[in-house]
Design a binder for this molecule. Structure first.
Ligand code: SAM
Length: 214
């Protein structure tokens, strides 16, 4: 996908520094302090894209604090717009590479991680880049509380099957699984932009929720 350059993006992100965290590495161990209710659980979405999920989750769960990390500046501006439109105060955005979460978060700092329509990296030689490769699972285990959970959604059957095996080999516990989420009509499901697009084409959406052993 070709992204149009947005010359105003830097200013827009800076002007909204109450939502877009400007120095995220300095927040390691202190993320809760950014929120009105620091005692609420902290949920993290990796690769938030244009933000429909995180803005919707913020509105749906005012008893949870959310952080969305998105690498691409020209994409995260869309997420910022959605968060502002939703008027939610429990969402913060981070324009960073989430490749090494241990640089951003301390052990036990996060309660739940969402991986929504992550890049599938279908070639075998790119296995290490999949966000459910065991090196990533080990990072997630570090930053999550003991027994912390991951929810994964994807349209990609190959990534879904791979991830289930990877979770299982890591010793994680499968809490919930759906191979056609939209057929089940979960009233609490908040769709992402990719989810809407693929579902509109008739593709099934896969979802699982797994947790680390405590
Ligand atoms: N989650 C959104 C959705 O479902 O609509 C976007 C899915 S899109 C396929 C994957 C997103 O992850 C892209 O916006 C991409 O820029 C972001 N991404 C990829 N690698 C990343 C990384 N290392 N750190 C943060 N974001 C990343």
């Amino acid at each position: 996908m070709r992204l149009r350059n947005k010359p105003w993006a830097d200013d827009y992100l800076r002007e909204n520094n109450h939502i877009v965290v400007q120095e995220p590495f300095s927040m390691k161990g202190k993320w809760k302090e950014l929120f009105n209710d620091p005692d609420h659980p902290l949920h993290l979405e990796i690769g938030s894209g244009k933000g429909q999920f995180i803005a919707g989750m913020g509105a749906q769960h005012d008893d949870v604090n959310f952080i969305g990390v998105e690498l691409v500046k020209n994409v995260i501006v869309g997420a910022l717009k959605k968060v502002l439109e939703a008027g939610v105060e429990n969402v913060r955005l981070v324009n960073q590479d989430a490749n090494d979460l241990r640089e951003l978060f301390q052990s036990n700092e996060i309660d739940h991680i969402y991986l929504n329509f992550s890049d599938p990296w279908p070639k075998n030689r790119h296995e290490k880049r999949r966000l459910t490769f065991h090196t990533f699972l080990s990072q997630y285990e570090d930053v999550l509380v003991p027994g912390g959970e991951i929810t994964l959604k994807t349209d990609n059957k190959g990534l879904f099957e791979y991830s289930l095996v990877s979770f299982s080999e890591y010793g994680m516990i499968l809490e919930d699984v759906s191979v056609d989420l939209h057929a089940e009509e979960d009233p609490l499901n908040i769709s992402t932009e990719y989810e809407q697009k693929f579902s509109a084409k008739g593709q099934p959406i896969y979802r699982c929720r797994v947790r680390f052993q405590s």
